[in-house]
Design a protein around this ligand. Structure first.
Ligand code: NAD
Length: 735
């Protein structure tokens, strides 16, 4: 017999044998989160288990929702201001205390993890003595906090470190935000058992309770020693790994406070008793919650990402669509990657190039990726074979019969792009969606080459396609809503994130990243030490250093784009303004014979046989030295390091505002998400427009700083009218 009583977010069910099942079931919510109702319920439950201790044989914690527990209440966390530190700290200790009271009851407590247990969910499970996870589809277990600029603050750091030792806790669980499937979570050490049915979940939980009537946590045993500690050492000491140095190297000075605080909470917490470790953790958690970075990251990686993926930019009222068979034209670097991404999503792919051999080479790219995945246990032979069977390499347009979408990825040449569409228009489905993966050419211009311009759209993928999560959808002047909705659905079908922009040269991403690259190059031209320029990019948080990225893309590409843009601007009666980087790039290519990595030499040297990148080319200092000679030339130009970082960040942010003014961008979320996922704008900022919102002093502070940079480094830093208006009105960039 069960006697259910309701304690708001946690239901108490007790059977005749004294086993209490605590069912996490926040009423009216689709998932359980660590909200105020839940925290109240947790306190009430802790009171009750203590009061009824003698009648309880054991406790099972499970959930009535699809997921076990979704984690912290992000709506709440994002609103916390710096003045609320004490409140956050006390609330955190309150959660910790309640979990601790249940954990130290002296009765077995089992987590029956029926679905995803992320963040706070995993922390609740760690406060239990035994964890059994149901291997349900999509169930993931992990600590994604770090990806939101937070740390697992409900005992997650303290307990993981005590279960696995500092090294494994940090590397496997805390620092990367990895979400494991239940079997992998078991391998990684935080799950004891994995079952395949809900029934078994509860049977095994009861079996554990029956077999362990007096469970306690290992750290509550008087002889407990942290894994990695040796008997000769004091109880809590561990052989500290070379983490601080390694992590610092990995972060390269980028401002990611979560990693730093997780590391500190883990290491400092490992030296002291459990209770003290919990307060250390609370302190570091609070610091993150009240800071700006967590807000930026929660806003971008949770709220805006969800909004963008769920279709805020998809035209309303158009039936969802699915692509069955796609034609990929051009089996080069991009075409091969696009073919893989589509086949992976279950779409039939016809991969066409000028010869069957070239097309087969494109398919071989998928074979290579799958061989690696197989070696790492990430796919099976059967799945590999199925995926490969979906890709048909060909040179014959007739094989494209019935394709309901086309993605063109041939060379960047308008005439060739027109030609390949003409070749196939009569063969594919009469209403097929027509997409081009051009990275720079106007979609409106390319649409002139097809019969159905309303079905023509830009689908800009990023390289390498299998890794890069973003696709920039570009609406041409004649693109119809139907095509936009279908393109959006296709991008979601292949599990990528779509942003939508209006047509313009370079769209959003290519144009803005161009400013970043130019700024780095311009600094070299001013005689600033190139190694410092690279370091500034890394410390600003860019994933790729600016000069090395320029080399990868080749210096000939921006020259070509510059020429085309100049011609188009002048033809349209506009004024062409050269960038200080132009002269440096021209000299590198023409005079110094260093066109970038593919040419064997660029800002860096490359090994002649292996092609591997060696150091920065020492000649840079000599050729781009400031005026003068002797010490002055050797020393180079010196500007504040902060200016170097901010020149890169500001030029991208300022041009993004111009793109909003021009109507190329129509949503703040698109700008933020696109900048982080597409062009490596540092994630800690929450995206290129959130960087402006979150700048010290807000938008007005950003404008004031832009004016300083303008005075020191040129008119490209002049704040655009929209930015100034926002500052004057005290507004932020939001949708
Ligand atoms: P690539 O040179 O690697 O591949 C182009 C392929 O097109 C070659 O295999 C070529 O044989 C094939 N091709 C040429 N003429 C053809 C025809 N008539 N029919 C069928 N195939 C033909 O180029 P890529 O880097 O894959 O770029 C392709 C497109 O994607 C370009 O428009 C480029 O601007 C764009 N793009 C590139 C990147 C990038 O990072 N490389 C990123 C985004 C978009």
């Amino acid at each position: 017999m069960t006697h259910p009583t309701t304690a708001s977010a946690i239901r108490w069910e007790q059977d005749d044998e004294g086993v209490v099942t605590l069912v996490l079931d926040d009423p009216g919510q689709s998932a359980n989160t660590m909200n105020a109702a839940f925290i109240d319920s947790l306190d009430a439950i802790a009171d009750r288990v203590e009061a009824e201790r003698d009648a309880i044989r054991g406790i099972i914690v499970t959930s009535a929702k699809k997921t076990f527990f979704a984690g912290g209440d992000l709506n709440d966390l994002i609103q916390v201001g710096p003045g609320q530190a004490q409140e956050v700290y006390e609330k955190n200790l309150r959660i910790k205390r309640a979990l601790r009271r249940i954990e130290t009851l002296g009765k077995p407590v089992v987590a029956a993890i029926n679905g995803a247990a992320l963040g706070g969910g995993l922390e609740i499970a760690l406060a239990c003595h035994h964890r059994i996870a149901l291997d349900a589809p999509g169930a993931r277990i992990g600590f994604p906090e770090v990806t939101l600029g937070l740390l697992p603050g409900s005992g997650g750091v303290a307990r993981t470190v005590r279960l696995l030792g500092v090294t494994d806790a940090l590397l496997k669980w805390l620092l990367q935000g990895t979400r494991y499937s239940p079997p992998r979570a078991q391998e990684a050490g935080l799950v004891h058992e994995v079952v395949t049915s809900r029934e078994e979940l509860l049977t095994r939980a009861r079996a554990f309770i029956a077999a362990h009537p007096e469970s306690a946590q290992p750290w509550d045993d008087k002889d407990y020693r942290i894994p990695g500690g040796t008997p000769a050492q004091p109880k809590f000491a561990v052989n500290l790994p070379a983490f601080p140095a390694n992590l610092r190297k990995q972060l390269n000075g980028a401002p990611y406070p979560a990693q730093r605080n997780i590391l500190a909470a883990a290491v400092e917490g490992s030296q002291v008793d459990f209770e003290t470790a919990q307060t250390i953790e609370a302190r570091y958690f609070t610091e993150l919650v009240v800071g700006q970075t967590a807000k930026n990251m929660i806003q971008a990686f949770f709220f805006e990402l969800q909004a963008v993926n769920s279709g805020v930019n998809r035209p309303q009222g158009i039936e969802p669509s699915q692509v069955r068979k796609v034609a990929v034209l051009g089996a080069g670097m991009m075409g091969a990657g696009i073919a893989f991404a589509c086949a992976k999503a279950g779409i039939e792919v016809v991969l066409k190039d000028v010869s069957v051999e070239a097309a087969a080479k494109g398919k071989a790219y998928s074979e290579g990726l799958l061989a690696k995945a197989l070696a790492k246990g990430r796919t099976t032979e059967a799945k590999r074979d199925q995926l490969l069977a979906r890709i048909t390499p060909t040179a014959d347009p007739r094989d494209l019969e019935g394709c309901d979408a086309v993605i063109e990825a041939v060379f960047e040449d308008p005439a060739l792009k027109h030609k390949v569409f003409q070749e196939i228009e009569g063969v594919i489905a009469p209403d097929a969606l027509l997409c081009s993966n051009t990275s720079t050419l106007p979609i409106t211009l390319l649409a002139e080459g097809v019969q159905r311009a309303e079905d023509f759209i830009g689908l800009h993928f990023f390289s390498p396609v299998d890794k890069m999560p973003l696709v920039e959808i570009i609406k041409g002047e004649r693109t119809g809503d139907q095509a936009l909705a279908r393109a959006f659905d296709l991008v979601r079908q292949i599990s990528k994130t779509p942003i939508v922009v209006n047509d313009s040269r370079g769209f959003f991403t290519s144009r803005v990243i161009g400013h970043f690259l130019n700024e780095g190059v311009a600094m070299v031209g001013e005689g600033i030490d190139p190694a410092s320029v690279e370091q500034a990019a890394a410390q600003a948080g860019y994933p790729a250093k600016v000069l090395s990225l320029m080399d990868e893309l080749t210096l000939t590409l921006p020259r070509k784009i510059r020429e085309e843009t100049r011609r188009a601007t002048e033809e349209a009666g506009g004024e062409w303004r050269p960038h200080p980087a132009d002269a440096v790039i021209d000299r590198m290519v023409e005079e110094l014979g260093r066109p970038g990595r593919s040419g064997g030499a660029g800002f860096y040297d490359y090994d002649a046989t292996t092609g591997k990148r060696a150091g920065l080319w020492p000649g840079l200092r000599e050729h781009f030295a400031p005026g003068g000679s002797g010490d002055a030339a050797r020393e180079g130009t010196r500007i504040p390091f902060e200016d170097m970082k901010e020149r890169m960040l500001f030029c991208e942010a300022i041009d993004t505002v111009r793109l909003l003014e021009e109507g190329v961008l129509t949503s703040v979320a698109d700008a933020n998400i696109g900048s982080i996922l597409g062009i490596g704008f540092p994630g800690w900022t929450g995206g290129v427009l959130q960087y402006i919102n979150g700048y010290e002093g807000g938008v007005a502070g950003f404008v004031a700083r832009a004016r300083q940079l303008e005075a020191a480094y040129g008119e490209r830093f002049a704040p655009p009218a929209l930015l100034v208006e926002k500052a004057e009105r005290g507004e932020r960039f939001t949708d």
